[in-house]
Structures are given as structure tokens and as C-alpha cells.
Ligand binder design. Sequence first.
Ligand code: HEM
Length: 235
Amino acid sequence: MKWSAFFTSSIGKKLVMSLTGLFLVLFLIVHVGLNACMFADFFDPTDDGEMFNRAAHFMGSNWVPRALEIGLFAFIILHIVQGYMVEVQNRARRGVGYAKQMGNKGSKWYSRSMALLGTLLLLFLIMHISHFWVPSRITGLPEAHYNPEHHDLFAKMLEVFQGNPIIVILYLIGCISLAYHLAHGFQSAFRTLGVYNKRYLILINSIGLGFSIIVPLIFALMPIAIYFGWIGWEN
Ligand code: HEM
């Protein structure tokens, strides 16, 4: 079978979904870990986002993360395009629908709603990239108080979330969509890669469930903490 035929076959598409999805899981680990540096300000109010800004500066100025960022955007686009193609294929196969609707007995609602959850995430990402990535890489950010060579991305976060309940709610909807998308996607990726052994499946399902709760929860705490003033400028 030719490569082009493989990647347009249904197993080829699922394989691309699982590999790009697992790469995005790795990105989320780095992203949530780096962003969690902003909570240093909660424990030491004199931090004023310095730890977070330093970490963001390292990621923005080092060529390895910058090169990976190009791969990240390519994988996000591939994941979205293939995702919609799998959805179209599934709908065509289902035709007029099943004779008997199984509801939650056949599968969980979020497993059947991956395209909808993915679409909500896409809308979230468009808003999110315009909030942070565009100023950080294109339109520019103010300089950090402790070092003029560093960007004050922390100040940008305060600007986006402080006094903006609608934006905070939209971010929370994004985090909830992420949680359900991961709850199915994480274990589904391993099944596609051929993990069927019962013992490994229990382990993977447990890690997947933990990941899909903990990571979106930490992300959700960020706009909440800024909105309620748990972190911010010292005075
Ligand atoms: C809800 C809390 C979140 C906050 C406060 C946050 C904050 C940020 C910030 C400050 C940046 C810019 C980084 C830089 O330019 O150095 C960024 C970039 C990005 N974020 Fe988030 N993020 C959050 C959640 C998410 C989620 C849930 C996703 C994915 C589903 C995501 C995906 C991205 C992507 C793709 C980029 C651009 C790539 C990059 O700069 O590395 N973020 N985020």
C-alpha cells in the first residue's frame, strides 16, 4: 500500500489522530507546568510574575522550543483536519443512524461528541492565540520590571483576565471542553496504537482519567486566580 493511500485509509487517519493527539498531550504537560509558575506569586506576593516571565522568556528565546512550536502548529492543524475527516466518514457510515439508539449504554456522550468538543476547542484556541501568542510573537509586549530584555507576559495575563468575567467564563468553557475531549481521546489514542491488554488498559484509562481532570483544572485555576485577585501585583 502506498503512503498516500495509507494516510487516507480509515486506520491511517486514526493513526495520525492518535500520534498528533499524544504530541499535543506532551505540549499540554509543558504548557501547564510553565504556566503554573505564575502561582509563585500566590505563595510570595513580591514575585509579581517574575518566575513565570523568566520561564516564558526561556521558552521564547531558546531555539529548541521555537522549532518545536512550528511542529506544534503543524500538528494542531493536522489533528483538526483529520478529525473532521474521520467525523465525516463516521457520519457517512452511520447513514441514517442506528436502528436502535443505545445512548450512554453503547458509549459515553463525550465519546460520541469528539468533533463538537474539538470545535469548541478550536474556537477557544483562536481566541487564546489572539490573546497571548500574537502579542508575544508579533505585536509586542511591555518589558518586565526586573529585566528589560524579558517580556511582561504576566502583565498581559492580568490585562486579559482582571475585571473580564465573560473572558474568564469562555476560558472555563475551553477547559471543560478540553477535559471531556481528553477523557475520551487519551485512552482512544492507545487503543488505536494497539494496546488491548486488559491490565495495560486499566492503567492507561486511570492515567487518562487523572490527566483529563488535573490538567484542565490547573489551567482553569489560572484565570480564576487572576480574576479573584489571588495573584497579581503586590500593591
Ligand atoms: C486556561 C489557562 C491558560 C492560560 C492562562 C494560557 C496562557 C498562555 C500564554 C501566556 C501563551 C503564550 C506563551 C508565549 O508566547 O510564550 C499561551 C500559548 C498557547 N497556548 Fe495557552 N494557556 C491556557 C490554556 C491553554 C489550553 C487549554 C490550550 C490547548 C487546548 C492552550 C494552547 C496554547 C497554544 C497552542 C499556544 C501557542 C503556542 C505557544 O506559545 O507555545 N493553552 N498560552
